[in-house]
Design a protein around this ligand. Structure first.
Ligand SMILES: C[S@@+](CC[C@H](N)C(=O)[O-])C[C@H]1O[C@@H](n2cnc3c(N)ncnc32)[C@H](O)[C@@H]1O
Length: 262
């Protein structure tokens, strides 16, 4: 399933290539793409973060936002070579001290073990993974003693709701406990159409891990969870058609702050 996802994401990198100029503008002007709940958890990294590692970094825009927040050096890990080529172009364009590593997140190289003051991940990352215990083990081994994990991710409950013609929430037929679903084609609010037709695209496999599964995996790795919070934040602008009076009623994202003890 990861191999199929890798091909699907390499195809989807085409859309991220179209956002390149915007990303250069954002990062070179010192901006950040991160959302308020993430900024609150990450804070000011100046003088406190020698290395931030971003897992599933895509085209590097969020990774370089960590550099703008003050990380001395940033490293992005992703399994899509086309995404990483874009990330490399972006870091070259803005002159950032960044390294890009092509690997399945579960096989993140051991040379990075114990070196991260911050491991940051999320925003459409966990749904592509099929082994959360192995993933949490990677978080633990990458962190330096005293280092922090900041996870900001789509809430699994989001999969249970869609919007009707009047902008109100309605239940989907997604089975919360069913495991991975195969699909082709991408949401119009996000990747939308690619130059390869939907039928010719690679299959991809995604799932909504439950909050219990996610937090239990992090605890099982040996990290100490300091905070778990749920947010109404529409992290991918996927629900712009929801009526104002319906907004804020359903959790659309969640965050975790965890630490590797010193
Ligand atoms: C939704 S994107 C991440 C979004 C990112 N926060 C952004 O908006 O730019 C998901 C990323 O995860 C990567 N990915 C998915 N499964 C992976 C895996 N098993 N190992 C490494 N990267 C993976 C994909 O290549 C893609 O770049």
């Amino acid at each position: 399933m990861h191999a199929a996802n890798r091909q699907a994401w390499d195809e989807a990198a085409e859309r991220y290539e179209g956002w390149f100029a915007e990303a250069v503008e954002l990062i070179s002007s010192g901006g950040t793409n991160l959302l308020p709940p993430e900024l609150e958890l990450i804070g000011d990294l100046h003088g406190t973060c020698r290395r931030a590692i971003h897992l599933q970094c895509a085209g590097g825009r969020d990774t370089l936002s960590l550099w703008n927040l003050g990380a001395d050096e940033v490293i992005g890990v992703d399994f899509s070579p086309r995404m990483l080529a874009l990330a490399e172009r972006l870091s070259m364009a803005v002159g950032a001290p960044a390294r890009w590593i092509e690997a399945d997140v579960l096989d993140t190289p051991h040379e990075l073990d114990g070196t991260a003051d911050l491991v940051y991940t999320g925003r459409g990352a966990l749904m592509w993974l099929q082994d959360l215990d192995a993933w949490a083990g990677v978080l633990f081994r990458l962190l330096a003693p005293g280092g922090r994990l900041v996870l900001f991710e789509g809430h699994p409950a989001e999969w249970l709701f869609d919007v009707d013609a009047d902008g109100g929430w309605v239940a989907t037929d997604y089975h919360y406990f069913a495991g991975p679903e195969a699909s082709k084609g991408w949401a119009p609010e996000y990747i939308d159409r690619l130059s390869i037709g939907d039928d010719e695209q690679a299959w991809k496999f995604a799932r909504a891990w439950t909050l219990g599964e996610i937090v239990t995996a992090i605890l099982g790795s040996g990290l100490r969870v300091e905070r778990l919070a749920e947010h109404p934040t529409d992290w991918w602008n996927g629900h712009a058609d929801v009526r104002a009076d319906e907004r804020g009623r359903i959790p659309l994202s969640f965050s975790v702050l965890a630490r590797r003890d010193g």
